[in-house]
Design a protein around this ligand. Structure first.
Ligand code: FAD
Length: 466
């Protein structure tokens, strides 16, 4: 099918105003926020242009588009807000389904504390609707303001306050989605059920390869009460890790907890030159007994007293990286015109965490000017390790090569030491090479599911390596 046939077919389905083949619209949907895509933009490489962008306003319209795409074997890529950092969106030759016009809050059930939001609802739209009634979702990724409900579910995202509220998967109580052939599937909104395998959860982390999520029912909480902060200093990272483990296993439920290693602490403290260097832990507790839990954490953790004012600094600047990252990738940040920065988030059990940390850090250090890591998202069984790499590259080609090296070194070392290659950013195309090893025998199961649900491979082909 050529472009005009595709556009005519789609317009006949959902109306002229919902279909665009405008060059600037195609360009605006060609990339996500992955460093590879942003580097490509900086160097003027041709973008992965889609052939059309459609903006459905209802589940019924998504269903019509997918039914038509299936019949005509036209590939489609769901687009939330495009903040994916692992090349989840590379829609060359595809129709992009921009979910931005599906922004309705369908229901806010205050009694059950459940909100039903359409997939295109953005972080700020949801927060505004909930806060007006005294509620919060508690899911606050750094990219909160540039991402959507559907994107969170599709990437199995995790917010910075996950130690209290959980990852997005812990908040989901129902999913409505459209399958490749246009069938609409909905799940009942109930707190739990034992009714066969939870097949709806196949959508969680599916990155648009198994269906298009159109609405999600999410558990909400009352806005948190008072807050109590704690900052601790450790001579060695090992002591800080032990402290984080004790706090997680004691069930103290900090709202957030972060342990920065020496290099990551330098990044965190860059506007605080008087602060001593070295590993640093910040954490906050909320609610009626927050002060007591803070004291309990202090006793359990050991370490030296730090500056609790730094915790407020964290809250205030917790999303600044969005702007800073973009600036570096546009060649206008601290790392100069060829600067490159990326982040790699892995997870490991407490038993394996030390080896995962050291092997990745040692492997990356020769290839970057700075490799920092913080431990966050703590669980009784383990934690997430979040590496940030930065380099003043000599050319954009040097920057590109460093990206490649960073990923292959980090992924191979992580797998060798028994960690998982992704805690919350997903797989996209950047990590697809390593997904079969990550999943072992389950990768064949995933392929079989894909074959059944999307036999013509029209849904985000290439993502997850499918
Ligand atoms: C600076 C920065 C900080 C970030 N911080 C965090 C963080 O703290 N925690 C975290 O988890 N992530 C973080 N991310 C990553 C990113 O924001 C998340 O992956 C987010 O969930 C993507 O949401 P989105 O709406 O932008 O989705 P998109 O980028 O539009 O899409 C992401 C993937 O999901 C698919 N998709 C989107 N919508 C749907 C749908 N309705 N149905 C089916 N598939 C769909 C897309 O095809 C794509 O494969 C960060 C990104 C940036 C740039």
């Amino acid at each position: 099918m050529n472009v005009s046939e595709v556009a005519a077919g789609l317009k006949a389905l959902i109306g002229d105003s919902r279909v665009s083949i405008d060059a600037s619209d195609l360009e605006a949907h060609a990339r996500d926020w992955s460093p590879a895509a942003l580097l490509g933009q900086r160097t003027g490489s041709p973008p992965a242009l889609p052939i059309a962008v459609v903006r459905p306003t209802s589940t019924e319209e998504v269903s019509k588009v997918l039914g038509w795409a299936s019949q005509n074997s036209v590939p489609v890529v769901a687009y939330g807000a495009g903040s994916d950092v692992v090349r989840g969106i590379e829609p060359r030759g595809c129709v992009v389904i921009d979910m931005g016009e599906m922004w309705q809050i369908r229901e806010l059930d205050q009694k059950s504390r459940v909100v039903i939001a359409e997939a295109g609802v953005t972080g700020p739209q949801l927060a505004e609707a909930l806060e007006a009634q005294g509620f919060t979702l508690g899911h606050e990724p750094q990219s909160h303001d540039i991402s959507t409900v559907g994107g969170w579910v599709a990437t199995k995202a995790c917010g910075q306050l996950s130690s209290r509220y959980g990852g997005i998967e812990d908040l989901i109580v129902g999913i409505e989605a459209v399958l490749a052939d246009g069938r609409v599937v909905e799940s009942k909104v109930v707190p739990r059920r034992s009714a066969g395998p939870d097949v709806a959860s196949l959508m969680i982390g599916s990155e648009g390869t198994l269906g298009i999520i159109t609405a999600v029912a999410l558990q909400i909480s009352l806005l948190p009460g008072p807050r109590s902060d704690l900052c601790l200093r450790f001579e060695h990272m090992t002591d800080g890790v032990k402290a984080a483990r004790s706090i997680a296993q004691e069930g103290l439920q900090p709202t957030m907890l972060r342990l920065y290693d020496e290099q990551d602490a330098m990044l965190f403290l860059r506007n605080h030159p008087a602060e001593p260097q070295g590993p640093l832990m910040v954490m906050s507790f909320h609610g009626a007994h927050c002060a007591e839990r803070t004291e309990q954490a202090r006793r359990l953790a050991g370490g030296k007293e730090g500056n609790d004012g730094l915790v407020e600094h964290w809250w205030k600047h917790r999303n600044d990286a969005v702007v800073e990252f973009r600036k570096v990738m546009e060649g206008e940040g601290l790392l100069g015109p060829h600067g490159i920065v990326d982040t790699i988030e892995v997870s490991a059990s407490w038993t394996r965490l030390r080896n995962v940390y050291h092997s990745i850090k040692d492997a990356l250090t020769p290839h970057a000017d700075l490799v920092g890591c913080h431990l966050s998202h703590v669980y009784p069984s383990g934690a997430c390790l979040y590496f940030t790499m930065g380099a003043v590259a000599s050319s954009d080609e040097d920057a590109r090569q460093r990206l490649e090296t960073w990923w292959s070194e980090a992924m191979t070392n992580c797998l060798r030491e028994g960690g998982s290659i992704s805690h919350h950013h997903g797989i996209g195309r950047t990590k697809a090479t390593w997904l079969p090893e990550e999943l072992g025998g389950w990768f064949a199961v995933l392929r079989s599911v894909k074959q059944v649900l999307d036999p013509n491979n029209i849904l985000n082909p290439g993502a997850l390596g499918l």
